[in-house]
Design a protein. Sequence first.
Length: 126
Amino acid sequence: MYQRQLDFGEAVKKALTVNYCNFEGRASRSEYWWFALFCFAVSAAIGIVFCWSDTMVSIVNGIFTLAVLLPGLGLAVRRMHDVGKSGWWVLINLIPLVGSIIFLIFAIKESQPVPNEYGPVPNLQY
């Protein structure tokens, strides 16, 4: 029995379709970080494509950010559940610098290898 790691496409698809606004359950480390990479890459691409206009970059990037706000927030909450923390720990990011570092440490931690109060181990393979 082991936890299967999602690939890039699978993680993005799962976050944007299956779990679009889902704040319950658990999300594996690979699902969380692949989605973070997707958001970073799209934002960078928007900056490159619309480099001729700072206003256009801001508008298009703002629309993209709004589109991925709920899936990203749900994914962060489910990631906290995966390491055994309450989803409210996402709010620690509101504390400048220190809060982001603490959240990063939690997001990097390995999944709990057993079911916890938030659900079964995600992507479990036998």
